[in-house]
Each structure stands twice: as structure tokens, then as C-alpha cells.
Ligand binder design. Structure first.
Ligand SMILES: CC(C)(COP(=O)(O)OP(=O)(O)OC[C@H]1O[C@@H](n2cnc3c(N)ncnc32)[C@H](O)[C@@H]1OP(=O)(O)O)[C@@H](O)C(=O)NCCC(=O)NCCS
Length: 138
């Protein structure tokens, strides 16, 4: 069955959590905090999903201003469907929706450090994080 793609469609919480866990991205996302995952889904600006029939097999979830930049917060493909071009297609469609001038930025998960360069993205050596548990210096 061909993979179909949807933009900002209603996403059942359980399906999304199941996908995050299956892809292994769930190890690095707060999947045990259902309220947080619900908010991650409802407050995203652009969510593109991939479907194999009724089965959710991929997600690209971004926060964006639609003109300058987009933070691609989550990219995940179900374990059974990885390396079939779905991740790349999700990013292609994300870029197409953002318009011509918006940059996409993201932080690669350890398992995907080589992925983004492989598909043509540019490595940026100066990404910075202020973790929720950290504070700025005085
Ligand atoms: C990383 C991930 C999103 C890639 O999606 P995917 O649909 O499996 O990958 P694609 O089919 O788009 O792969 C495109 C190309 O990248 C390669 N590739 C896939 N995963 C890769 C990886 N982890 N590292 C390096 N190359 C990878 C594929 O072999 C393919 O190469 P080719 O075009 O030369 O044949 C997916 O494997 C995944 O969900 N991984 C676990 C969760 C994760 O780490 N997500 C990223 C969060 S930042």
C-alpha cells in the first residue's frame, strides 16, 4: 500500500505516543507525560504525518513563524518503515509548506547524527541549548 501524507490532521494521542516509542525517539521525548505530549501535538504549527493505511508511520513536527525559520522539533519514522524514504519525504513536505524563505533548524538525536548530512542538510557547529534545569550565569 502506498504511503499517504497528511498536513495538520487530528492525531490521536495514543497513536502519536506509539509512533514515538516505536521509532525509538520516545527515549528522548516525554512520552510518559501524556499531558505534555498532547500539548506538543496541539501547539505545533506544522505537523506532517505519514500513513500506511490507518497506521501512523511517520511524523515531522515543527514550530515556525512561516517566513524566517522553523524548528523541526521531532522527526520520527516507525521502526518497521525506516529507510524507505519516509523521513526524507516528511522533511521535503515540511519545507514545501514553509514557503521559500524559511530555514529549517533542528537538533539531531544521537541515532540520527549522520542522517541529516546524508540527506543534504548543512551541519551547524554553533547550536546552543538552555536546558529546562539550567540557569544563566550571574
Ligand atoms: C532518522 C529517521 C527519521 C530517518 O527516517 P527514515 O525514513 O528511516 O530514513 P530515509 O528513508 O528518509 O533515509 C534517507 C537516506 O538516509 C539513510 N539513513 C536513514 N537513517 C539513517 C541514520 N540514522 N543515519 C544515517 N543514514 C540514515 C537511508 O539509508 C537513506 O539513504 P540513501 O538515500 O542513500 O538510500 C528514522 O530512522 C527514525 O525515526 N529514527 C529514530 C528516531 C530518530 O532518531 N529521529 C531523529 C530525531 S532528530
Amino acid at each position: 500500500m502506498p504511503i499517504t501524507y497528511k498536513i495538520n490532521t487530528d492525531l490521536p494521542l495514543e497513536s502519536a505516543i506509539d509512533l514515538y516509542v516505536s521509532s525509538t525517539l520516545g527515549e528522548r521525548r516525554p512520552v510518559d507525560d501524556r499531558a505534555c505530549v498532547q500539548k506538543m501535538l496541539s501547539e505545533a504549527d506544522l505537523t506532517i504525518t505519514a500513513w500506511d493505511g490507518d497506521l501512523l508511520v511517520g511524523i515531522s513536527r515543527s514550530l515556525t513563524d512561516w517566513c524566517y525559520c522553523a524548528y523541526l522539533a521531532d522527526l520520527a519514522v516507525r521502526d518497521t518503515h525506516q529507510r524507505q524514504g519516509i523521513g526524507k519525504e516528511l522533511i521535503r513536505r515540511t519545507q514545501a509548506e514553509l514557503g521559500k524563505k524559511a530555514h529549517i533548524v533542528l537538533l539531531a538525536a544521537p541515532k540520527a547524527v549522520d542522517y541529516y548530512g546524508h540527506i543534504g542538510m548543512e551541519h551547524h557547529a554553533s547550536a546552543w541549548i538552555l536546558r529546562a534545569t539550567s540557569r544563566l550565569t550571574d
